[in-house]
Design a protein around this ligand. Structure first.
Ligand code: ADP
Ligand code: MG
Ligand code: MG
Length: 870
């Protein structure tokens, strides 16, 4: 028969799936011999059964009764026993912590009789007993009976007046209990349940139910916690911090979660219970001051914190209570921390001999490193916080507040930095979002339109700053305290913390970026990053290359640790002044005119390649031949039509150009005449590019060009381009690999054939994702992706992290078939995914040789490649 209940000593910290995080760690602490009040845990499995079937599994009640009996005999009192009651707490606790999302009820077992027994037990402390009883009705009423908590708060405030809760005497608290019971009767039509076992049974069911409370569902969606895990329930003997001034409750960290520094970090509240310390009902004191109040308990607490750190070999956070001088541990877990603290703590623990450097590398993430690379607001600067929202997309942005897209575009065209402020954004705001330095909304969470789109664009965004009243019509917003910000006023937003500041806050460069740029490692954080990066580099199997099109990007990429260029796009080489040459190419009426246009482009291209080869100094450079449809280089069809129709000085060339633009116009340009198709349709185009590469390579000794053909779907396409290129290489006596991108599903599925004509593959996962899902990358993120994320159709955008099941499967097939046909075939990835942590791990697992990503993501890719290998 299934076992649904575990006494604390029966569990351990590895049983989080079954016992939840809280239960597993309570078990671990119990077995470490720490002072944990005894109790037991009802498993998540029981919860899952309850949620699926609507009733608890058979035998559960019996099992709970047995464990409760054991607890009672151990404590020498019975639950709610009239003259000497045992009280318990019933606490939720899922596998992943969901702070404040689910329910806990304290002081179960009190009723009109046992409250007197409790007072007697406490040596006649009537006040304490009635305080505990009113707390029970309040918590039980709210969480189990679903009564609006405000009703209890108001009744309490009415008695309290300007005093604090600790100032109420026993008589007042007793009358408050009567008032609370009245509230329960009024709201539910029934009496507060007096039977202790009934109280416990109802509380357990309420904890199960709280798994599906709307706020818990929302939180899980945002934090990507699976919806089907369920929560465990911990039943635990009560200890009391509300006895009097010799008691209290607190929270602490074993080191500073902001910086990682060792020391005493926490808050303590005298004569208080449970949530009081975080609920802000009274001012807490810094934990250090506990030393003055209770030296003995303080000393014991510090010793326990050290035990926990050494045992978990990591920063822990804890909850504790002191009952008349006796310390009790109520919770611990490996604590959350800032990105900077994560790096510092990891290396400190290495120095303390608690973990190895291998482990240190796995304990930090690429996302944390990326956070440290964003510019930040100068922490020392004067700044006035006016609101706080969600940290939807990191970075620091300063600009003038604007309230609509049109204004955002107008002002940014005049050279002003702007912050687009909206209640929430929708696809119509896209142009304004692109023009803005940052985006601020007063509604919506981390999967709102604004958040998803901003992250996609790498733009700073704070969303859901609910304290702001945004009035688009009046072009202003108001913040608490009567602050009014009108269009044109300067504001600063911090996408890393979610803070909104009035005025311009100075921005400081990231010291981590300065280090990657070549500065000597200085300061604890940078030294920690340096050690971890070195170790990641020493252990990674994946190479890391850059997507870089200009000598400047190439040089930065190299400083950041790129081992070559995995994608050098050539399309920007056709822009600006050179558009005229592309126009000539398109308008050419015969082969001679076409060749003349190409001949004019060739030296320009060659010069571009020379500069890049020089910047890369002998590292490989994969050059992709021209990919986008040619009409992207021609004038806009509407502008041109207007000019031809209305301008007296429209030339004959304008008219011919308009005809060409019309001829080249496509309904679905991304599925149109582009990539290898251009090379096959426009004679001489690819040959010109290959010649430019070859000439440049001869001019830069040691250069290592690789020629990459985009958008191939069938080996035949590649073969005919290859034949021409091979000839040019041979004539010039230059060695260069010729390979292809795999970015059309058909190419992935026929990769065995394609490998016969390709010396390398580079997975173009942007197009591959677009074509596998049939999603237009340029449109979907702004239109329906936030809905898809809300519906859980995918957890993250497949353009952000490789969709392993679909797109990933195609990559696996292509890698396998490609290598079967050509052993040692060199494999890389050059889509946006190359710099995404989850995708880097995938590339490691399927055995690619390298990932290629934008220069700023290179350190992230290096770190994640190291983590994947360790
Ligand atoms: P959360 O998960 O929201 O932190 P908890 O289950 O940890 O909720 O409980 C809420 C508060 O009640 C915490 O401060 C906790 O320490 C306190 N608490 C829980 N059980 C007991 C107990 N048996 N005795 C005293 N305090 C308790
Ligand atoms: Mg807690
Ligand atoms: Mg592509």
């Amino acid at each position: 028969m299934a076992k649904y209940v575990y006494d604390f000593p029966e569990g351990n910290r590895n049983l989080k799936d079954l016992l939840g995080g809280k239960g597993a760690n309570l078990a671990e602490m119990t077995n470490l011999g720490l002072p944990v009040p005894p109790g037991f845990t009802i498993t998540t499995e029981a919860c899952r059964h309850y949620l699926a079937e609507g009733s608890t599994p058979g035998g559960l009640e019996q099992e709970v009764a047995e464990h409760l009996d054991a607890l009672e005999s151990r404590m020498g009192r019975k639950l709610g026993q009239a003259d000497d009651p045992l009280l318990v707490s019933v606490r939720s606790g899922a596998k992943f912590s969901m702070p404040g999302m689910m329910e806990t009820v304290l002081n179960i077992g009190l009723n009109d009789e046992s409250v007197h027994g409790l007072a007697k037990q406490a040596g006649g402390n009537e006040r304490f007993a009635w305080d505990s009883y009113r707390r029970l009705i309040q918590m039980f009423g709210k969480t189990v009976l679903g009564i609006d908590g405000e009703l209890f708060e108001r009744a309490l405030d009415a008695v309290k007046g300007k005093r604090q809760d600790t100032d109420l005497d026993a008589g007042e608290l007793q009358r408050l209990v009567e008032t609370y019971k009245g509230v329960v009767r009024e709201q539910t039509g029934g009496d507060f349940p007096a039977d202790p076992r009934e109280q416990m049974r109802l509380a357990v069911a309420a904890v199960f139910d709280s798994w599906n409370a709307p706020r818990a569902i929302l939180y899980r969606r945002q934090e990507r916690i699976p919806a089907d895990l369920g929560t465990a329930v911990n039943v635990m003997a009560m200890v009391f911090g509300n006895y009097g001034d010799d008691s209290g409750t607190g929270v602490a960290f074993t080191r500073d979660p902001g910086s990682g520094l060792q020391g005493v970090y926490g808050d303590y509240l005298q004569n208080a219970q449970g949530e009081d310390v975080v609920a802000g009902i009274r001012n807490t004191i810094p934990l250090q001051e506990l030393e003055r109040l209770d030296k003995h308990a303080y000393g014991e607490l510090l010793a326990i914190m050290e035990t926990l750190e050494n045992h978990y070999r990591d920063l822990c956070d804890i909850e504790f209570t002191i009952e008349r001088g006796k310390l009790w541990m109520l919770q611990t877990r490996v604590g959350k921390r800032t990105a900077a603290a994560a790096f510092c703590i990891a290396t400190q623990l290495v120095d303390q001999g608690l973990i190895t450097l291998d482990e240190a590398v796995t304990r930090v993430t690429g996302d944390q490193l990326a956070q440290l690379m964003f510019p930040r607001f100068d922490a020392g600067a004067d700044r006035k916080t006016i609101a706080k929202g969600m940290n939807a997309s990191p970075g620091a942005a300063v600009g003038r507040a604007v309230f609509c897209s049109e204004r955002a575009i107008e002002l940014s065209e005049q050279g002003e930095d702007v912050i687009l402020v909206r209640r929430e954004t929708n696809p119509d705001d896209l142009a304004g979002m692109i023009a803005a330095r940052g985006i601020l909304t007063s509604r919506g969470g981390k999967t709102s339109h604004a958040a998803v789109v901003a992250r996609g664009m790498g733009k700073t965004c704070v969303c859901g700053a609910e304290d702001l009243e945004v009035s688009t019509d009046e072009r202003r917003f108001t913040a608490p305290g009567g602050v009014v910000v009108s269009e044109g006023d300067l504001i600063s937003i911090d996408g890393t913390t979610g803070e909104v500041f009035l005025g311009e806050v100075p921005v400081a460069d990231s010291e981590v970026v300065e280090y990657f740029e070549g500065a000597e490692p200085d300061g604890e954080l940078v030294r920690a990053v340096d050690r971890i990066m070195r170790h990641a580099d020493a252990n990674r199997r994946l190479g890391v290359r850059a997507n870089a099109d200009t000598p400047r990007d190439a040089a930065r990429a190299r400083r950041f640790g790129a081992q070559g260029i995995g994608l050098c796009r050539t399309e920007h080489m056709f822009l600006g002044e050179r558009r005229r040459l592309v126009e000539d190419l398109v308008l050419a009426s015969d082969g001679d005119e076409r060749q003349a246009a190409l001949d004019a482009l060739e030296p320009l291209q060659k010069a571009d390649f020379v500069a890049i080869f020089q910047a890369m100094d002998g590292d490989p450079v994969t050059i992709r031949l021209i990919d986008p449809p040619l009409h992207e280089f021609l004038p806009d069809i509407v502008d041109l039509s207007v000019r031809v129709a209305t301008s007296p000085d429209a030339t004959d060339k304008d008219r011919r150009l308009l005809a060409a633009v019309k001829r080249l116009h496509e309904q679905n340009p991304m599925l149109g005449l582009r990539g290898v198709r251009l090379g096959l349709v426009i004679p001489g185009l690819f040959a010109m590019q290959v010649r430019a590469i070859v000439q440049a390579s001869k001019e830069v000794p040691g250069s290592r060009p690789e020629i990459m053909i985009p958008l191939v779907a069938a080996v035949q396409e590649l073969e005919s381009v290859r034949e021409e290129a091979v000839k040019i290489l041979a004539e010039a006596g230059v060695d260069a690999l010729i390979g292809t991108m795999i970015e059309v599903p058909r190419a992935a599925l026929t990769a065995g054939r394609i490998a016969e004509a390709a010396e390398f593959f580079s997975f173009g996962t942007n197009d591959l994702t677009q074509m596998s899902w049939g999603f237009s990358r340029d449109d979907v993120e702004a239109s329906f992706f936030s809905r898809y994320l809300d519906l859980g159709i995918f957890g993250t955008s497949p353009f952000e992290t490789i969709d392993r099941e679909g797109v990933g499967r195609l990559i696996e097939i292509a890698a396998e078939q490609g290598r079967a046909a050509r052993p040692g075939l060199h494999l890389g990835i050059c889509g946006e995914h190359g710099g995404d942590p989850g995708s880097v791990h995938f590339c490691h697992e399927v055995g690619l040789d390298y990932v290629s990503c934008s220069p700023f993501r290179i350190p992230v890719a290096r770190l994640e490649a190291g983590r994947a290998a360790l």
